[in-house]
Design a protein around this ligand. Structure first.
Ligand code: MN
Length: 500
């Protein structure tokens, strides 16, 4: 892989930067380069190559100039003498806020001996810190480059990092609908987590595809001619090969027989309107017989993460079976880079918070009407990428998860609470005994009243005394969680009963 340059960032993408944006990115680059001077990556390359790679990924997935600038600067406060205040002075509060978000995300030390606990905490940490989706997206770009250069990391660390990446970061990329990024992260992890099967799958694919490249070229040309003849407007036709990690999973299902994996190569047809999708499908079927049970209309019935497309498997030219995917440009962009947001609501509704970042469990079509407007708005904004950054970014800034906060115990465990929760709610969330015995609370090491409001990301330390075993009745006036309420009430109910 070649090292990206500033010029790559400036020239990638279909919409050119304004001169103002170009200036911002150039300045951020110069700033990062100076700050990281004399620092090297483990690979021996200058440190700034890492920053450039993060910036380029952000550009590729359609992020705005400010996010790219923040990506270029993301390691400056943590790894150099230059402080966040200096970044704020030079680049303003918004960019400084993003950089600070990344720094905080990297700083959280997680307790937990058990791997599961660790991963669960990591997921929650993302939620806690992700008040701005852009921070998470920069973090994903950061992780992508770290994975691409994982060979330079000591052996014993590689597996841990790869596991964390596949279980947390790839999941998040998937949830955000950034399919390309998810695919590459998974393949990179696969190589370290299961080297033997990685090599095997890669070999199978290469052998099978040897004549495949030429075949795809021929098919693409053929389809183009046929669709043109029928007067279908086509924006693009291209072939794509399946990501290795996904291919391996398919292979396992088919006794490692690659001839039975029908979507090893797929032809993608990109058209302007939804009507063109169905028209193209008709023409493809007229030309080549479709395989029974393999026609999928994800336009009418989108996948849980918002994916839309028509899929069909045909007995194609030269007697080969292949998959054809037909979609509009918008659907295509969304599936490659989009932030498919509606899962937040469907899944939250159905599964509650705890399962939020586990594998696809949502059912499509369950989005409540109230939220649907928000989802549509976000999709709308998404379409405006590049044309109206301001508004799009406003949309992204809507808090990732409304009405919930996450606070930390001094040991780093994460406690999930509703907005406006108090230290007493926090205490009962840990254990009813902690609640009953509470006499005071420190928030970020300062004493606070028991009825004060906890903010997202704060560390809360509950002070208890051993011989106190009763809650205070006043607490009922300010606690927010039903958990705390019911524990307090129960205590007083017991009291009445004993007296009677
Ligand atoms: Mn980094």
């Amino acid at each position: 892989m070649t090292t990206p340059t500033l010029k790559d960032i400036l020239t990638t993408g279909s919409t050119p930067f304004s001169s103002e944006d170009e200036k911002l990115i150039t300045e951020a680059y110069t700033f990062a380069e100076t700050a990281h001077k004399n620092q090297k990556r483990r690979s021996g390359e200058p440190y700034v190559t890492h920053c450039l790679s993060v910036g380029l990924t952000l550009r590729e997935i359609g992020m705005d100039a400010r996010t790219i600038a923040a990506g270029l600067l993301h390691d400056v406060p943590e790894d150099t003498e230059v402080t966040l205040t200096e970044i704020e002075k030079k680049f303003g509060s918004e960019i400084a806020y993003l950089v600070d978000g990344i720094t905080k995300l990297g700083k959280i030390k997680l307790r937990g001996t058990k791997e599961e606990l660790y991963l669960e905490n990591l997921r929650k940490m993302f939620l806690a810190m992700a008040r701005d989706i852009r921070v998470v997206i920069i973090k994903l770009a950061d992780r992508l480059h770290n994975m691409r250069t994982l060979e330079h990391v000591p052996r014993e660390k590689q597996e841990r990092i790869a596991r964390e990446t596949i279980e947390v970061y790839a999941q998040i990329a998937n949830r955000l609908g950034i399919g390309e990024l998810k695919g590459e992260l998974e393949d990179l992890c696969f190589r370290y987590l299961d080297p033997e099967n990685y090599a095997l799958t890669k070999k199978l694919q290469e052998t099978y595809l040897k004549e495949g490249d030429l075949y795809i070229t021929r098919i693409v040309a053929l389809f183009k001619t046929e669709l043109d003849k029928e007067g279908v407007r086509i924006l693009n036709i291209h072939g794509r090969t399946k990501h290795l990690y996904r291919l391996f999973h398919k292979l396992k299902k088919h006794d490692m027989d690659i001839a039975r994996v029908y979507d090893l190569v797929a032809i993608r047809i990109i058209v302007p309107e939804i009507a063109d999708c169905y028209e193209s499908l008709g023409i493809v079927h007229k030309l080549y017989r479709p395989m029974v049970g393999r026609i999928k209309d994800y336009i009418s019935l989108p996948k849980p993460n918002g994916y839309q497309s028509l899929h069909t498997t045909i007995f194609g030219p030269e007697g080969r079976i292949l998959e054809v995917q037909i979609r509009t440009q918008k659907m295509h962009d969304e599936s490659e880079y989009g932030i498919a947001a509606h899962w937040i609501y469907t899944e939250k509704e159905r599964r509650g918070w705890r399962n939020l970042f586990f594998k696809n469990r949502a059912t499509p079509g369950k989005t409540p009407p109230k939220e649907l407007a928000w989802v549509n708005q976000l999709k709308e904004w998404q379409r405006e990428i590049g044309r109206n950054d301001e508004e799009f970014m406003q949309g992204l800034k809507i808090e990732f998860f409304k009405n919930h906060i996450f606070a930390f115990t001094p040991k780093g465990d994460i406690i999930e609470l509703p907005e406006d929760a108090t230290p007493i709610d926090f205490a009962y969330a840990i254990h009813s005994e902690i609640g009953h015995r509470a006499v005071g609370a420190k928030v970020d090491r300062k004493m606070v009243p028991l009825d004060s409001r906890i903010e997202n990301g704060q560390v809360v330390d509950i002070l208890t005394v051993k011989d106190k075993k009763r809650p205070s009745r006043d607490w009922l006036n300010f606690v927010k969680t039903s958990n705390a309420k019911s524990h307090i009430r129960r205590e007083f109910r017991n009291e009445f009963r004993t007296k009677e």
